[in-house]
Ligand binder design. Structure first.
Ligand code: ADP
Length: 748
């Protein structure tokens, strides 16, 4: 080889290396930078730039070195004289010395430029841009340089253009997929999506055949996954060697060599592939690689144009779009596959916040996760080999056994709520969801293989355990709340009934004295004059009764409305008792009844409403005198119960202590009167109820005892009764007493 020849060969290698570098770029901007850089390396110069043609403007998109135009500069072609010469003629143009050339128009950044070389970037005969070299010394670019610049530009133009198309396509696809899902992305099944793309390739390029081949997992073969056209059935069966040859095209290599070709016309076509293609009658194909990242995963191709001898630029552009689309589809399918298949399920099992375990039909734990051990409060994280029954509260195990059998038998899921007993004895509510898992692998199967309880491994179940204690508490609270609401509702209904009955009773009871008053008023006017005094006395008596009744009714109404507020004070009950008895002393004497105060000494201080206490004692003493015949006895006694010290005697008591063993003060009003029959002893406390022991002269309202009962309830106490017909009655007021320490603190 001569020196000249070897120089030529070096230059060719350099050119090929430059083209390869440009081809390796990931995207359009990358390809532009690579072109500017490689161009700078190819020829001796001070700067290079790539200008892109946008309509009538040239825009500087990439540059390398100094003496270059400003990046992003955009100028009308008509204003850049030298460039216009190159673009108009579609061939390289040289300005040997800018100082000498009248066409030279200096643009910003190129002030120092003395020599200039511009080569149009051509697609066929269409210019898409301009590649320029600049130097600060004149006469820099000779014929040789121009020739090499032209070769580089010829190869680089389609590569850069393809990069731009791919970028556009990517952007377009992104717009389609974000935020809306593109039509193809919505297709879940990759096969369907690729069939659509293949069909679209056939329709849009006007080819006879269209096909998509994907690399098999072994990476050695390409299998047809979609085909369109009359021979699609045959094509679907084709499997090719993945050695970069298909229909004579090196699908694995750079695109400029893979875009267009004729079967068998290029070197490297595997004979087998050629034969396959020949058998199908395919001679002319346009094939593009499908890539995910840098890896080629398959090819998209069309064959045999219906019109013309080969596929035109439009077809190439469309196929570039479709190949991008198909690549995105494959990438998405791979992502979703890895998303679902790539998990380490053992790690998921271990990390689950829910308690998980694998059970045999008899409840043996074959595998469990840490959350289950946590739920069962076991420090020992591995419960394998334990039986679940050991953790359940007694009585719940049988239910779980039934559920386990039903799940195994029916194959249906079941939910059981049980209680578990933690190691600390604490009880928690747990919801168990059981599902059959006969095909389970992993720890359970390993345990099985190891022969653990193998006789009982007829069926395996998986159980999810969830702590629902707080849920249960909420549920209980809800039930409790509902019960309270129901009770309140019932109380309101009762009260309502009571009111209705009360109103009708009141009207009825008022009518009687009113009728008497009305009658006697008429008699006083028209009757016999000698009876006048009797008439007036009766009117006075009935008016008094009416007055008492109205007062009693008002008291009860106030109690019902709870407007009767207590004004409790620390009282010396013995003093109040003495006062009340003093008022009744005269009446008792008149009726021939002995009225005795049996209270001796001081009683413990009583915290009560003074007026209420007076009213209650009055009602009881009044009744006792009313229902006791002459010669009889009425007495009042008092005592403290529930503490060691006893301040008085009540004669008989209902018990020795208050509710809950609290200390009480009992004040009893007893008589030796008519007594009350057993069946009436409860009823006499009802409003308006008057006992059978009443005679016409025993006037009353039937409200006195009802008032006593209500007032005692308001004081936190109660009224008890002991009575025997013919022997007498004892009404006992039972007041709760404050604790001794409180007594000492209560105001005197
Ligand atoms: P009244 O105005 O009828 O006395 P009360 O509510 O005070 O109404 O009493 C209700 C009924 O209880 C009386 O009608 C009477 O039958 C009975 N009763 C009340 N106190 C005594 C008593 N000390 N001895 C016998 N019966 C009594």
């Amino acid at each position: 080889m001569s020196t000249e020849q070897s120089h030529k060969s070096d230059q060719d290698k350099q050119l090929l290396a430059a083209v390869d570098q440009i081809n390796l770029a990931d995207d359009f901007p990358g390809a532009l930078v690579a072109l500017a850089t490689e161009a700078g390396r190819l020829l001796a110069c001070d700067g290079t730039s790539v200008m892109w043609l946008n309509g009538d403007e040239l825009e500087v998109l990439a540059k390398h070195g100094e003496s270059t135009p400003l990046l992003g500069l955009s100028l009308p072609v008509s204003q850049v004289g030298a460039a216009r010469t190159a673009l108009d003629a579609n061939r390289p143009a040289v300005v040997p010395d800018t100082a000498e050339d009248p066409r030279w128009r200096c643009i910003p950044g190129e002030e120092r430029v003395r020599a200039w070389l511009g080569v149009p970037l051509l697609l066929g005969d269409r210019a898409i841009g301009l590649l320029e070299w600049t130097a600060c010394e004149p006469e820099q670019f000779g014929d040789d340089a121009v020739e090499r610049a032209a070769i580089l530009t010829r190869y680089a133009a389609p590569i850069v253009y393809r990069a731009q198309l791919l970028d556009d396509t990517r952007r377009h696809l992104l717009e389609l997929t974000q935020p809306r899902q593109s039509r193809t992305a919505q297709v879940q099944d990759m096969g369907t999506a690729l069939r659509q793309v293949t069909q679209e390739a056939l329709d849009s390029t006007g080819a006879w055949h269209a096909f998509t081949f994907l690399k098999e997992e072994d990476g050695l073969r390409l299998r047809c996954v979609a085909a369109a056209g009359p021979q699609r059935q045959e094509l679907r069966k084709v499997i090719l060697r993945s050695d970069g040859s298909f229909g004579g095209l090196a699908a694995d290599r750079s695109v400029d060599r893979s875009v267009l070709g004729r079967t068998g016309s290029r070197s490297g076509a595997g004979p087998a592939d050629s034969e396959v293609m020949a058998a199908l009658g395919i001679t002319n194909a346009l094939i593009l690689p499908l890539r995910v990242g840098k890896e080629q995963v398959g090819i998209l191709g069309v064959a045999e144009p219906r019109s013309g001898n080969s596929f035109d630029q439009g077809a190439i552009r469309l196929m570039t779009h479709l190949a991008s689309q198909a690549s995105v589809i494959i990438e998405r399918a791979r992502q979703s596959k890895t998303a679902s298949a790539g998990y380490d399920y053992e790690a998921v099992f271990q990390a689950s916040p829910l308690g998980l375990c694998v059970l045999t039909l008899t409840g043996d734990i074959q595998a469990c996760n840490p959350a289950l051990a946590g739920l069962l409060s076991r420090a020992d994280r591995n419960l394998t080999g334990h039986n679940l029954s050991g953790f359940l509260a007694s009585g719940d195990w049988q239910r779980l056994v039934r559920a386990l059998e039903e799940v195994a038998f029916s194959g249906q899921r079941q939910q059981v709520d049980t209680r578990i007993q933690s190691a600390q004895g604490e009880q928690r509510h747990v919801r168990l969801t059981l599902a059959p898992a006969p095909s389970l692998t992993g720890p359970a199967r390993k345990a099985h293989a190891a022969g653990q309880r193998s006789g009982e491994m007829g069926s395996t179940l998986v159980a999810v355990l969830e702590d629902i204690t707080s849920l249960k508490i909420l549920e209980q609270e809800r039930v409790e709340h509902l019960r309270e609401l129901r009770e309140k509702h019932q109380q309101l209904q009762d009260l309502d009934q009571l009111r209705t009955r009360f109103v009708s009773n009141v009207s009825h009871e008022l009518r009687t004295p009113l009728a008497v008053i009305k009658l006697y008023a008429t008699l006083a006017r028209k009757g016999r004059p000698e009876k006048q005094a009797f008439y007036l006395q009766t009117i006075e008596q009935e008016t008094h009764r009416l007055e008492t009744m109205v007062e009693n009714i008002l008291d009860l109404t106030r109690i019902d409305r709870q407007t009767l507020r207590l004004h409790p004070e620390s009282l010396a009950a013995e003093e109040i008792i003495a006062q009340v008895l003093e008022v009744y002393q005269e009446t008792a004497e008149k009726r021939g009844i002995e009225l005795r105060n049996r209270v001796q000494g001081k009683l413990p201080r009583l915290l009560a409403d003074k007026n209420d206490l007076i009213q209650m004692l009055t009602n009881l003493v009044d009744n006792a005198l009313k229902y006791t015949p002459r010669e009889g006895q009425v007495w009042v006694a008092a005592r403290e119960v529930g503490t060691s010290g006893q301040a008085g005697q009540t004669g008989q008591t209902a018990g020795d202590q208050g509710p809950g063993g609290r200390p009480m003060l009992e004040i009893a009003v007893g008589d030796t009167g008519a007594g009350i029959a057993d069946d009436e002893q409860e009823r006499i406390f009802e409003r308006f109820y008057r006992g059978r022991n009443n005679t016409p002269e025993r006037t009353g309202t039937g409200l006195g005892l009802a008032i006593v009962q209500e007032l005692m309830a308001q004081h936190g106490g109660r009224v008890a009764l002991k009575s025997q017909v013919g022997r007498g009655s004892i009404f006992i007021l039972q007041f709760p007493l404050a604790q001794p320490i409180d007594n000492s603190l209560s105001p005197e």
